[in-house]
Design a protein around this ligand. Sequence first.
Ligand code: PMP
Length: 420
Amino acid sequence: MNSIELVNFRANFPILFEKVNEKALVYFDNGATTQKPEIVIKTEKEYYQQFNANVHRAAHQLSAQATSAFESARNNVQHLLHARHAHEIIWTKGTTESINLVAQSWGMNNLTCDDEIVLSYAEHHANIVPWQMVAEKTGAKIKVLPLDKTGIIDVDKITRIITKNTKLVCCSHISNVIGKINPLEKIIACAKTVGAKTLIDGAQAIANIPVNVQKLDCDFYVFSAHKMYGPTGVGVLYGKAEVLNAMPVYQTGGEMIKSVSFTGTSFHELPFKFEAGTPNIAGVIAFSSAIDFIHQFALNQADEHKQNLNDYCYQQLSLIEEVQLLAEGKPDIPLFSFIIAGHHQKDIGSYLDAEGIAVRVGHHCAMPLMEFLSVPGCIRVSLASYNSLAEIDYFIASLKRYIGITSDTDNMICVDKLKT
Ligand code: PMP
């Protein structure tokens, strides 16, 4: 993307023209949620204005239209993931619910006190706590994969942790703190040698890199729409059909049944058996337009602009002596976590906020990782394709000014640059 293309691309995101604390918004919190393009906002509105109806039920035109848009969104996700079947795509509220579904349905019915669940130190709480709940009830043990000094799962240690007792291996494709691609091929291959199932948390990967679940050969892959330019309240659970078919239902109620009587109930086939109640129809349909948007601009492919953002932000942060990045080496996506000795992350976050720069501070829902890295919390800067090198300059100048190593004049130059 050259600078004119970037200006045009940014025009798709109305919020980027908002002011925060009377400053131009610099949104560097894309790991938490991305901003939404106009087309996603418009699609959600169009559903409510033009064909609002419940899906899979009524015999009327609006319902048929809503059902068709809803199911074509499922096909869209199938193609995005290169899944074998559309019925391997289950709608959920988000990554968290997808993992809870697998934990409660597969975990509670397949794990015993002789079994082990393997996680990594870099997991988000959403990929830890549901397994702790299952472990408590079933007696299964949790084992944890360590990371190497670059912050990815240490492949040299996997065969020590994944053993014949391992029944499930869960890890993130890209950690929400480290920003690096985990060596999934090796981890999944190792899990297969002992017959363990695999669940990959793709929450940070899916908007940034191409994902092919058949090539990965994982059993489950989960993510949220809101981290990939889509609406909140929509998520995906991909599961291999044979694994999902063998799992008992999760929540029960309308939509997921075949027939109900007081002598017994029978359930639908996939995918509906896991989709109880009225789903987030507007959200799912709008999510589909977010996927089209991603394809239109090849946002999940390696591109020069994203590479430049990554290289430049890494280089600029590395040049500041006071900045300590949490892991060695450049991340694979433009997501950087760091601390500045002697300064509390919250103070830095507030200072940057006053400058109009949105970053995330704290433990990032990864407290075990903070402990592993011996830090109380950190500052996370996560960029998306609508960000610019000028925004990085402005952020770096603000950060330096906070630390006390730059002047107001430097910052003014950057503010002027941002306006152009
Ligand atoms: N896993 C990872 C790696 C994440 O980054 C997040 C969101 N920060 C989640 C899980 C949870 O996602 P959600 O809150 O959308 O369910």
